[in-house]
Design a binder for this molecule. Structure first.
Ligand SMILES: Nc1ncnc2c1ncn2[C@@H]1O[C@H](COP(=O)(O)OP(=O)(O)O)[C@@H](O)[C@H]1O
Ligand SMILES: [Mg+2]
Length: 349
């Protein structure tokens, strides 16, 4: 496969959830604009982090990529080909998910061995020696010696060990992609790093393509090669991790970073976190961040910002990065030339 073809790619993914608003005869169904034209790519041997506050649409993007839910618009491509609709076994074998709560994702009545044997058997992965395959999986997630763990029930394990079992179960089917949705958020702070290092190991040794979903930009900076920042259902900035954290271009990224100080980095301009994320059934006009943005201009309230390429693979959707003359031209209804739609940019990468 060409090095330029991502293992898994979402292009212009858009998802609405219809929810009931009001009561009685006045009740009506309104769309929640959960994800709006989000493009993201996952490459072999790389971690892409999807970062944003709660409600930003991260889990929805993860579920769209895993084919657990269908997009209203946009495409999912596996190795450059349109992914099948639904989540057939062949797709599940290549794209696996790990969830936030390892306790909820493991069946309390079954021992560790059972959790690993099932996917091995369903996908015919054991090569005739189930016990050896189980032991190998446990070693790969650093649960050693494996014999100490096969007979344990989930409640007999620590949170970190449970999450390792959930990761081992995902690995059982030899996926190319692992989508980890807030995999360390529910773990004790003291064991988070160990699980993040395990994910980094799997990326490096097994060349997995990893999507790391998190609200914590500091952990994204630690683990990820590329960071994608979402706000209120939209992609606001994406760049290689170092570029994004050293030179955050979008005021929202700057806000996230200022809330997660790093002793090694000069502080970005301090921003007050004014207000909270907006309702997604009636998102703000123009740039969805404008009500909270300390730099908001008139145009930000009226027009959706174009996605601007600032550096190699560094893209921000923000009017601040559009040349003032072009901004003015755009206000007057003339054609904008500097802004590139994000999908074109991400196709070039
Ligand atoms: N099944 C659903 N039905 C209705 N609304 C949903 C559903 N799933 C998510 N949402 C809404 O979509 C938005 C994005 O949610 P989510 O993707 O879970 O965000 P995140 O993972 O970033 O916290 C939120 O406003 C959430 O309430
Ligand atoms: Mg979530």
């Amino acid at each position: 496969m060409s090095a330029n073809v991502p293992v898994l790619e979402g292009r212009d993914l858009t998802k609405y959830f219809w929810v009931k608003q009001g009561r009685g005869p006045l009740a009506r169904r309104v769309p929640v604009h959960a994800v709006d034209r989000v493009s993201v790519r996952l490459d072999a041997g790389k971690v892409t982090a999807l970062v944003g506050e709660s409600g930003a649409g991260k889990t929805t993007v993860a579920r769209l990529l895993a084919r657990i839910i269908k997009p209203d618009k946009g495409d999912v491509l596996l190795a450059g080909r349109p992914a099948p609709s639904g989540r057939p076994r062949s797709y599940a074998a290549q794209v696996q998910m790990v969830f936030q709560d390892p306790f909820a994702s493991l069946n309390p009545v079954h021992q560790v061995r059972h959790h690993l044997v099932r996917p091995l058997q369903i996908h015919h992965m054991a090569n005739g020696n189930v016990d050896a395959a189980v032991a190998d999986l446990l070693r790969r997630v650093a649960l050693k010696p494996p014999g100490n763990f096969t007979g344990k029930f989930p409640h007999e394990l620590s949170g970190g060990q449970r999450q390792r079992v959930a990761i081992a179960r995902a690995l059982a089917v030899r996926p190319r992609v692992l989508i980890a949705d807030e995999p360390v958020s529910m773990l004790d702070v003291s064991i988070r790093l160990g699980v993040l290092n395990l994910l980094a190991d799997l990326r490096d040794k097994e060349q997995l393509a990893l999507l790391y979903v998190t609200h914590d930009i500091a952990s994204a900076r630690y683990l990820a090669d590329t960071i994608v920042v979402m706000y209120a259902g939209q992609l606001v900035e994406t760049a290689p991790s170092a570029s994004l954290t050293d030179k955050p271009a979008h005021p929202y990224t700057q806000l996230l970073l200022s809330a997660a100080p790093d002793p090694d980095r000069a502080q970005p301009p301090h921003l007050e976190g004014r207000g909270a994320p907006p309702s997604l059934s009636a998102p703000p006009s123009g740039c969805r961040f404008h009500p909270r943005c300390p730099f908001a201009m008139d145009i930000c309230k009226r027009q959706v910002p174009p996605s601007i390429a600032l550096d190699t693979n560094h893209i921000a959707a923000c009017w601040l990065h559009v040349d003032p003359a072009e901004r003015q031209a755009n206000e007057n209804g003339q054609v904008l030339t500097a802004g590139q739609p994000l999908d074109n940019e991400s196709k070039k990468r």
